[in-house]
Design a protein around this ligand. Structure first.
Ligand code: GUN
Ligand code: ZN
Length: 435
């Protein structure tokens, strides 16, 4: 009888990281003939086949994936599951888009059966795109968070999610109150935070839809639960920034409003961060709050261009998000594609190594989950994907001509989408295989 949980080994090319490729010490580590050994839900070892083959016990099944790439599962740091079905809804910018499409759509999540149906479809889409962890906005309804967490738990995915807090400047049917939002969030933390792989995020939608009393109450909950996540939007759109200045006079900046209420800290993740100034970026860096860059959404809604040079100079943590339904794809490969182009518009060259880092290990580090996900290091949870360089005829031709791992990975980022994801594994179990 074996003394350990079942072991499976996967032989393919491997992608891991020594640290942020934008830094001297960092970089991507590419193993041409690699082996990933999984024991139960965790990684036992990863490295070259030559160095690990002696560790293959007779009871270890070996899955051969010649020519394919194993990478950590993608981490999407900003996405709205209730907006799945309203993706690709055009509007003249963020605020009209919220009024015309978003709020009416989110009303439907008062119905738990509808919430469950969309949550299931949403998670299927995520794993089909190779995303194994996401920071997910639910709606104002408590049941919308229960539905998402239940669907995630059933797949044993590591998800971070929260009920939206919103007590003004939205339709009456979507409002909570400072007190009910506090009570519901506290109950959801109790029910879901660290239950299996689930983690909770306090989710004030954005400053305009919360009263000062609600932000105060959210800050109080954040202080009570220092390891709970916080997620919101900041400085996405010029009309929004003006509106916040009117609603919250006397604050140094939009980000300053969140700081005032105790919502800037590690594990606080802010979507967009386009119109921050240098002082704001410095405060993000000092507090460890994370900027989630959402390029497909920023282009689709005409919000603006994220500045990678200024973000890098400030030292603030950065990760990538799809922001569906403002975003136009669940694929982190498509998100890399547009991140690259947005960076180019500000004269910044975003390498493939860095884009894959931002979508995996870099995100995990920014979220304080780097021992757990986003890595193939021994002991980590075995969330990984198998990418296919021949997924489409064009990708096959381009990858065949790549002169370096960087060029090869770059082709995935520019040409890839869900078709490039052959398989997705969560906690050692396969949760998707391409049809
Ligand atoms: N700001 C407030 N709510 C939202 C939302 O749902 N999507 C985006 N992109 N921005 C927001
Ligand atoms: Zn968003």
């Amino acid at each position: 009888m074996s003394q350990h949980p079942p072991r499976t080994a996967y032989r393919a090319k491997l992608l891991t990281f020594a640290g942020d490729p934008a830094t001297k010490a960092g970089g991507a580590c590419f193993e041409e003939d690699g082996l990933l050994i999984v024991e139960g839900e965790r990684v036992l070892a990863a490295g070259s086949y030559a160095s690990l083959r002696s560790q293959l016990t007779p009871d270890t099944a070996v899955v051969e994936r010649p020519g394919k790439l194993i990478a950590p599962g993608f981490i999407d740091t900003h996405v709205h599951y209730p907006q799945t079905e309203m993706i690709a809804s055009p509007a003249a910018g963020l605020l009209p888009w919220l009024d015309t499409y978003t709020f009416p759509t989110e009303r439907g999540f008062a119905d738990p059966a509808h919430a469950t149906s969309v949550a299931d479809f949403f998670l299927d889409q995520l794993v089909a795109c190779g995303t194994t962890t996401a920071l997910v906005y639910c709606t104002v309804h408590m049941g919308s968070a229960d539905a998402l967490f239940q669907a995630s738990e059933a797949r044993n995915l590591r998800m971070v999610a929260g009920k939206v807090l919103m007590d003004r400047n939205c339709p009456e049917f979507l409002r909570d109150t400072a007190q009910s939002g506090y009570d519901d969030s506290a109950a959801l933390i109790e029910r879901w935070h660290k239950r299996g792989r689930q983690l909770y995020a306090l989710t004030p939608r954005f400053a305009p839809t919360s009263t000062p009393e609600q932000l105060e109450a959210c800050g109080a909950l954040a202080r009570l639960h220092p390891d709970v996540f916080i997620q919101s939007h900041v400085s996405e759109n010029t009309d929004e920034v003006k509106w916040v200045a009117e609603l919250f006079p006397g604050h140094r900046s939009y980000l300053g409003v969140y700081e005032h209420y105790g919502l800037l800290r590690r594990r606080a993740v802010y979507g967009h961060c386009i119109y921050l100034d240098d002082h704001d970026r410095a405060r993000m860096a000092e507090t460890g709050a994370v900027a989630s860059h959402c390029p497909t959404s920023n282009l689709f809604l005409g919000s603006g261009l994220f500045d990678f040079d200024k973000a890098g100079a400030s030292g603030m943590p950065v990760a990538l998000g799809t922001d569906v339904g403002g975003g136009t794809s669940f694929s982190m490969l498509q998100t890399m594609n547009e991140a690259h182009k947005v960076a180019r518009m500000t004269g910044h060259h975003l390498t493939a190594a860095r884009m894959f880092w931002l979508a995996t290990a870099g995100a995990a580090q920014a979220l304080g989950l780097d021992d757990t996900i986003g890595t193939l290091r021994a002991g980590a949870e075995a969330d990984f994907i198998v990418l296919d360089p021949e997924a489409t005829p064009l990708l096959a031709r381009r990858t065949a001509l790549a002169q370096s791992p960087e060029e090869w990975l770059f082709a995935f980022a520019m040409l890839g989408d869900d078709r490039a994801v052959l398989e997705t594994y969560a906690a050692g179990k396969r949760v998707h295989r391409r049809a």
